[in-house]
Design a protein around this ligand. Sequence first.
Ligand SMILES: [Zn+2]
Ligand SMILES: [Zn+2]
Length: 173
Amino acid sequence: MTKHTITPQPGAILGDAHTCDCGVHLADRMTAEVHAAEHQQCTVCLGSAEELVAPGLSRGCTACAGTGGRREQITWQLAHTEAERLITMSVVRGVVGDLDGPFHLSHIADLVRAGLGLQAGRLPVGPRVRDLLLELQGAGEITMLSAPDELIDGTDVVLYRDPQWQRVRTLGL
Ligand SMILES: [Zn+2]
Ligand SMILES: [Zn+2]
């Protein structure tokens, strides 16, 4: 079976040319994505299973859960939609409202997973809960206590692996 892992062509300054392991030359990103889909590769990482977070730093592709496969990508897309439907702002706000001290993202994700009776690993609970906690943070209901776990040299990228927040106390109920 021919592999169809697609990689950006080194030195391609103009345009966005890619080449595939099967030898095909792909003129731009769009063509590369079509070729990836035709051969059951993830259209985000183009089958490499990795995504570039910053120059020189890559991690497992979040779109296909690090598999590089189109089928996994579609399954994971559905799982994301399902997570958005099940895990609403009121669910997360309810969980956070019961806590007094600081809390970690992983702790809230565990409580939400348990509260909804979700099996571990079936839905992207962590990323969904993180997005909602960031919304609460934006609304001023909680503040982040964590320092970044990693600063990527020469970029604006900071990574938080398991950030910690605390509820903002409102004076005079
Ligand atoms: Zn190919
Ligand atoms: Zn991927």
